[in-house]
Design a protein around this ligand. Structure first.
Ligand SMILES: NC(=O)c1ccc[n+]([C@@H]2O[C@H](COP(=O)([O-])OP(=O)(O)OC[C@H]3O[C@@H](n4cnc5c(N)ncnc54)[C@H](O)[C@@H]3O)[C@@H](O)[C@H]2O)c1
Length: 472
């Protein structure tokens, strides 16, 4: 690993430069070099909820010794003005991305726009000499994915993909147990994710419900889960077969309105949401509808919705691991369960399964808490991982401190690694770059294709990345 010679302009270490597709097998380390002086100049595009909070106010409050915002960009002028106030910065704002880069000369561009637009800003930023931190999913289709990979190789600049889930305590502990081969060679994985009728439904109110904007939940949401699988299994996916249907939201209801605020059916719609009671949502979206027409409390029964609301995916890995994955979007509770079946035993873990946790939670409160970076945690609460060896009726209970806020504690740990301590040891390879970003979305893109074309889809069909059994 080589540090940038020019300390005033910080670069990500381990630039890929002119790497070939084969050489991209090893995922380069994704870190920002720490200069002796001068702060990293950040520009952010996409001042919505994620941009202004996690990648905005949060950075200003926690990493202002290391970074400074030099520009903000969005298509929505009103949201830009709100972002300045909310984040507590006074940098210039732009509706023209290239103008922002030319005039403010950032070191790093943070991309937090709608998913289908990420590629445009990632590629322009790389070509204009910046490194990039992008929110997941890296992009939404295979052509855009290839273009990002090509741009990174061509420019020698680096892209970090913000896979915060990896850094969560429970997920990290699972990685550690698997790396230690606690149950021998893992041969198959069962992974099921349940979004409740608050969180799950929220995707269908927003741009996420339209495939050309978020790539469907198989890309927008499952990219997190597929990335975890790739990282835990430590191999590349090779083949994907999937099923999916839209049979709950969208056209599957007898009534619908324009949006919740103007709806005639608020008394009988179980999903009625009064956005006016949510100050953040009013400040960000309602007050700024006049600039771009984006309606945040859209009807989740609108005919325009064209993504799946139940999905089942089978994934075959290059190291012969088989995965059964599903995503449900109208569950009475929010949670997940996973099992790793090994030659010598099995590892089980879960979160949010009411009878397993032996507690009843208010699902609305739970979602609010998960999105809150400052939520107080219950010090004595823990999550569970069960390790059970073949031929032994006992099981080992591994207790992991429970952190519900900020995606299991992953949000803070991800940013500490990027901004505060880039040289932090990374024995379990938490850092993620474009190869990880690509491999996770390619499973979702292949799943989408498999559903549409009713056939198994090879990952190697999609880009020039050659799947490998061993990613080290
Ligand atoms: N890692 C996580 O846990 C996590 C959580 C939430 C969101 N996200 C990601 O963050 C990104 C933003 O999501 P969000 O929930 O903040 O959405 P949002 O709708 O609140 O914000 C998106 C912003 O992008 C702007 N925008 C859209 N198209 C643009 C364009 N062409 N040019 C400039 N600005 C444009 C919109 O005006 C809006 O301000 C998404 O990619 C999403 O997947 C990640």
């Amino acid at each position: 690993m080589q540090k940038s010679k020019n300390l005033n302009r910080r670069h990500f270490l381990g630039a890929a430069g002119t790497l070939t597709a084969g050489a991209l097998l090893a995922n380069p380390m994704q870190t920002i070099a720490k200069p002796a002086s001068a702060k990293t100049k950040l520009a952010l595009v996409g001042t919505g909820i994620r941009g202004t909070s996690f990648w905005g106010k949060n950075i200003v409050e926690n990493y202002s010794k290391e970074t400074t915002f030099v520009g903000l960009c969005d298509i929505n002028h009103g949201r830009l003005q709100f972002a300045l106030k909310y984040m507590g910065v006074n940098c210039p704002v732009f509706t023209d991305f290239e103008q922002m880069i030319r005039e403010t000369k950032p070191d790093v561009v943070i991309v937090t726009t709608m998913d289908s637009t990420h590629d445009e800003f990632i590629i322009k930023a790389l070509e204009m000499g910046c490194d990039v931190i992008t929110e997941k999913p890296m992009t939404t289709d295979e052509d855009k994915c290839q273009a990002i990979l090509d741009a990174e190789r061509r420019t020698g600049r680096k892209v970090i993909v913000g896979f915060n889930y990896r850094y969560g305590h429970q997920f990290s502990k699972l990685k550690e147990l698997l790396a230690k081969r606690e149950v021998g060679r893992v041969t198959s994985v069962d992974f099921h994710w349940y979004l409740n009728t608050y969180h799950g439904a929220s995707y269908f109110r927003r741009w996420h419900g339209e495939c050309d904007k978020g790539g469907s939940l198989l890309v927008h949401k499952s990219t997190h889960h597929f990335d975890l699988l790739n990282w835990w299994i430590d191999s590349d996916p090779v083949e994907v077969t999937a099923y999916g249907e839209l049979e709950h939201y969208g056209s599957n209801n007898e009534f619908r309105g324009a949006n919740c605020r103007s709806c005639a059916y608020t008394d009988k719609c179980k999903f009625y949401w009064d956005i006016m009671k949510d100050k953040r949502a009013v400040d960000l979206y309602v007050n700024n509808e006049k600039y771009d027409g984006y309606i945040r409390d859209n009807c989740l029964w609108r005919h325009r919705i064209d993504i799946y609301d139940k999905m089942a995916v089978q994934i075959k890995y290059a190291n012969d691991v088989q995965v059964s994955y599903s995503l449900t979007t109208y569950s009475p509770f929010e949670g997940w369960q996973i099992a790793f079946n090994g030659m010598d035993g099995r590892i089980d873990s879960w979160e949010g399964i009411p009878w397993r946790a032996d507690e009843r939670v208010n699902q609305a409160q739970l979602h609010a808490q998960e999105m809150n970076q400052n939520a107080k945690e219950n010090d004595s609460a823990y999550d569970e991982i069960m390790v059970m060896k073949n031929w032994n009726p006992d099981y080992e209970l591994v207790k992991v401190p429970r952190i519900r806020g900020g995606h299991g504690g992953g949000d803070v740990r991800l940013q500490d690694k990027i901004f505060k301590d880039p040289d932090m040891p990374d024995p379990y390879k938490h850092s993620a770059g474009t190869r990880d970003g690509a491999m996770s979305i390619l499973i979702g893109i292949a799943a989408r294709k498999s559903i549409e074309e009713e056939r198994p889809v090879q990952i190697a069909e999609l880009t020039d990345i050659v799947p490998s059994a061993d990613r080290t």
